[in-house]
Design a protein around this ligand. Structure first.
Ligand code: PGA
Length: 252
């Protein structure tokens, strides 16, 4: 259901150039004009070199920045070639970090690694967006809920500051495919996640995003998902026009 605090997260993956600052500027202008009085939050997660560049610009207080990955190292600076610690990401302008995206898990990122990344990030007060989701085969075999439960259990620890955790439910078979699950299925999943995060982890108001082929037309259905706090948008977040249309259609 539409709410003023709905999050729209742009996952740019390995896309964008410095000149795409103009796309973010357009979104910032739109937010200022249309939503001046409300707190609307758009979180851009571009590649790191762009994050550093974009986040230095004074855009809009409604636009925040995040990274797409973080190292599991528990030191802030040191001899770790190619690694990016949570502290370093924060210095580059990140307030959020996406962890455990399926595109990284396909490349071998394990849940024990994901857990370490979450631990070090939360210890540094970096807010995390934990991606979970089932394959089409798992869905077909009625395994979705068990898989999601397992993914969360292997990623989160009870003692962490879980108020800084956002869970992004992204059915793997919906990412970049244009295929989106039906309403009843999504409601079942979100209801399950909401109860599970409340009961097991004592999170009072769990923040759960939907991700996977979100666009300006399906947002009208996706906004009806119960307990959905926002959207993780890939392809349709790259151009301001498409991203703005998603936000407009969500509120109209
Ligand atoms: P998509 O990507 O919107 O292009 O399907 C979503 C994601 O992978 O986060």
């Amino acid at each position: 259901m539409s709410s003023k605090s709905t999050l729209f997260v742009a996952n740019w993956k390995m896309n964008g150039t410095p000149s795409d600052l103009k796309e973010i500027n357009k979104v910032a202008d739109f937010l200022k004009k249309k939503f001046n009085k409300f707190l609307k939050i758009v979180i851009y997660c571009p590649p790191i070199p762009l994050l550093t560049y974009f986040s230095k610009k004074k855009l809009s207080s409604s636009i925040k920045f995040g990274a797409q990955n973080v190292s599991s190292t528990n030191i802030d600076y040191g001899a770790k070639t190619g690694s990016l610690s949570p502290k370093l990401l924060q210095k580059c302008g990140a307030e959020y970090v996406i962890i455990g995206h399926s595109e990284r898990r396909f490349k071998g990122e394990s849940f024990s690694e994901i857990k370490k990344k979450i631990n070090t990030s939360l210890n540094s007060n970096l807010k995390i967006i934990l991606c979970i989701g089932e394959t089409f085969k798992q869905k077909k075999n009625n395994k979705s809920l068990a898989i999601l439960k397992m993914q969360i259990t292997k990623s989160l620890s009870m003692h962490q500051n879980l108020s800084n955790v956002i869970v992004a439910y992204e059915p793997i078979w919906s990412i970049g495919t244009g295929v989106v699950a039906d309403q009843a299925y999504l409601n079942k999943i979100f209801n399950f996640l909401n109860i599970f995060l409340k009961k097991k982890y004592k999170i009072r108001n769990p923040k759960i995003l939907y991700g996977g082929s979100v666009n300006h037309s399906n947002i009208k259905d996706l906004r009806l998902i119960y307990h959905c706090s926002g959207y993780l948008v890939g392809g349709a977040s790259l151009k301001a026009k498409n991203f703005i249309e998603i936000i407009v259609n969500y509120y109209n």
